[in-house]
Design a protein around this ligand. Structure first.
Ligand code: AHR
Length: 332
């Protein structure tokens, strides 16, 4: 008797387990399309990052990873190593995995329409962060979150115009551009150029890409110094290239911040330190702390809520004096 009842109990338990298993399996296939590749209720965000070219980028990656964890979002992170083809591959992978939302910081502005159309056809909303694309069809993405790069260039140029207002002869400027074809390189060049047009003495005598890296900044600055006997000002599109250029300037026997006025963009800790130490002269801030806003937007677009087409980060500028005050509390 006891053996028969034990057997009945075992069968009942096994049946229960199998049924429960079946129900989970049904639940998975029912919600598989909606709940993203994770198969859980967690929002799944596929993020394609530009690379790890600068201190700014490292801080941006940290902000995104930390914010995803805090928001309970499953993050699928891909580092494109500064290559557009890698970003396109990553976006196609995210589409195949049926993530809920795709976000990316486009390495360059052009050439995204085909892959963005594929995401749209798969009904996966796309958020642009940090850098914009030049697609005419604005329906290919939901929103852009990032900085006004033209304004950053303009603020840098306006500061220089003010500093050199008493100049009676030519002021020779060299420009270290960011990655060729990228939104920050195009826009910072534009804003700076427009601002310095206010003083005809201010002339850009050489302009070349240093790809937003320290090594690039150093190498291109060495060439600038060899080719141009009189350089008065360096405008570097980011701190890292400015920091690389410092090495070239010092090696050439010149005093950075004195013999050559140095203006950069970003305001990461190393740049702020150089400014506080008198080696840089001015920085236009560009904030990399986009993570929390991005997670908020991902939740909203997934829920089908309306979001503004463009959300700009609030930023400031720093002189040598204000950098000294701000440095102790700088987070990145
Ligand atoms: O897109 C933002 C820019 O990219 C930052 O100014 C630069 O440091 C980075 O590499």
């Amino acid at each position: 008797m006891r053996t028969r009842s034990t057997a009945r109990t075992v069968i009942a338990v096994l049946t229960g387990v199998l049924l429960a298993g079946g129900m989970v399996a049904c639940g998975n296939s029912d919600t598989g399309g909606d709940s993203g590749s994770g198969g859980s209720d967690k929002l799944v965000l596929g993020f394609s990052q530009v690379g790890a070219e600068s201190g700014w980028r490292t801080a941006n990656t940290t902000s995104i990873k930390e914010a995803a964890g805090q928001a309970g979002i499953e993050l699928k992170f891909d580092d494109a190593q500064q290559k557009q083809e890698n970003q396109i591959k990553a976006i196609r992978n995210f589409i195949q995995q049926k993530v809920d939302v795709i976000a990316f910081s486009p390495v360059v502005e052009s050439g995204w329409d085909t892959v963005l159309k594929e995401a749209k056809d798969a009904k996966i909303p796309v958020i642009l962060t940090d850098r914009a694309v030049d697609s005419a069809d604005k329906s290919l993405y939901k929103t852009f979150l990032g900085s006004d790069f033209v304004k950053e260039g303009r603020l840098a140029g306006e500061w220089l115009v003010e500093q050199k207002k008493a100049a009676t002869g030519p002021v020779n400027i060299v420009e270290l551009q960011g990655t060729t074809g990228s939104a920050p390189a195009n826009d910072r060049k534009k804003g700076f150029g427009e601002a310095i047009a206010a003083n005809p003495n201010l002339k850009i005598v050489a302009s070349q890409s240093g790809d937003f890296t320290r090594a690039g900044g150093k190498q291109v600055m060495e060439q600038f110094l060899k080719a141009n006997p009189k350089i008065d000002v360096l405008f570097a599109h980011n701190d890292d290239m400015g920091l690389g250029a410092l090495e070239a300037i010092t090696a050439a026997g010149k005093v950075p911040g004195k013999d050559i006025t140095i203006i950069t963009v970003d305001a990461v800790k190393d740049g702020m330190q150089a400014l506080a130490d008198g080696k840089f002269n001015f920085i236009a801030e560009c904030s990399p702390l986009l993570g929390p806003q991005l997670m908020d937007l991902a939740k909203k677009v997934k829920a089908g809520e309306e979001v503004p087409p463009r959300i700009e980060t609030e930023e400031t500028t720093f002189t040598q004096e204000t950098a000294k005050e701000a440095l102790p509390n700088r987070k990145y």
